[in-house]
Design a protein around this ligand. Sequence first.
Ligand SMILES: NC(=O)CC[C@H](N)C(=O)O
Length: 304
Amino acid sequence: MDYQKVIEEVYNEVLDENPRGKVATYIPELENVNPDQFGIALVDLEGNVYGVGDYQVPFSIQSISKVHTLTMVFHVFKSKLWSRVNVEPSGNPFNSIAQLEFEKGIPRNPFINAGALVITDALCSKFKEPVKQISDFINEISGQNCVKIDHQVKNSEKNHSERNTAMAYFLKAYKNFDNDIAEVLDVYFSHCAMEMSCVDLAKSFSFLANDGYSIFANREIVSESHARRINALMLTCGFYDESGEFAFRVGLPGKSGVGGGVAAVMPHKFSIAVWSPELNEKGNSVKSVKALELLTDKLSFSLF
Ligand SMILES: NC(=O)CC[C@H](N)C(=O)O
């Protein structure tokens, strides 16, 4: 399969069609990014890299980091975690407070903000220096020192953090939050403000395409059965209230972030990351989703 040719075709077709959205503005610093950037990187299971466009430009990974943090706790906490977070699609926006109250402080899944805050809280219980541990972990599974925290983005989110702070208090009220709220939020904003390029991100997702084994870290990151479960969660919950639409159009497990990135995997074949900052109203990158739809159509395979 000539992956380079396919991603170049996809790239050109998306640029020809030029679907537009709006860059995220609720984190003010994210508005300063050039909205025309667009890149695709695909990494196969031998470690070959195929890239086109701005695939080496670092961008704010935002919620994509929730897959990395979940992986870290999945490994450490095993099944205990699932009494604190559910595994159902939310069908609601990623920052819904109403849903959290309705469900008595047990977030629907680990990828909506409330669920990710519980995961970050669990990380804070386990690790002395959680931000360093998260960076080290992502660097390890990407095979290089690629993670940087953009402190302007971090502080920008911190200065506009009313909803996430409210959610953390709600979780605490329902006794589903162990650590100091400000500390956990600081860790959460730090991992959301990590910057990576498409190629680094695709490498960091490679173990999920490879039954849990990372060819970049040269070790098993999670067991084969845990890798399958993380993929199942990405397929059903990775795109918030648009997860069904993504499964319908693309058919790969994946995760989006409001920085405009999407990382996805085709189990036993490759991992891929696409980035373009303009989002649709659900918070998913318009060009990235279009590119992945064209890609699975051209390859004539997906999970289904
Ligand atoms: N969907 C996202 O990427 C959201 C992440 C963002 N840091 C937030 O908490 O709102």
